[in-house]
Design a binder for this molecule. Sequence first.
Ligand code: SF4
Length: 207
Amino acid sequence: MKSRNLADIYDKLLQELGPQEWWPADTPFEVVIGAILTQQTRWTNVEKAISDLKGHGLADPQNLANANPEKIEELVQCCGFYHQKAFRLRNIAQFFVDNPMDIVFALPMGELRELMLSLQGVGYETADSIILYAADRPKFVIDAYTTRMMKCIGIEGNYMQLQQLFEEQLPADVKMFKEYHALIVEYAKKYCGKKRCDACPLIQGVN
Ligand code: SF4
């Protein structure tokens, strides 16, 4: 896998877009809810569902774990796959009732990641989003936008290879990891998603 200076790319993204201040949430458990709900849907749908869950007092592990499954389905319907997502939300809520969040989030990184990955519906991206944005621990999140953008600048690899490259090249700085991931997503929306490759400052600046 070819290596490029990822700190320089971070600077270019920050210069282009400014600070993003992710993840928008009032509590770590709201991040967990968002990380489950955001799978295969737009963030605007997630915002609506979280707002509705909060309105019903369900953005809390104990309340969500005890909630009527059909009520949860109704509240998260706007995010698609609502039956599956409602099930996963109750499941992860029960997990955090049984395993207090402050204890889980303080586990050694390898143990924490394995534990997150053992939960139903939690793959690499979801686990790492929870670790970075809810636990405030330095784990770089790779998503489809990251993979595409890296390919454009000559870096190819699978999830774990890309994550390893970011974590090797960058300081283990939680704030920077959060910001970098957010910048990639916002950049992808502004340029990649609108097929503005001809105007892509990232490519022009790097090549
Ligand atoms: S705008 Fe186009 S060239 Fe630039 S990173 Fe996105 S997909 Fe690649």
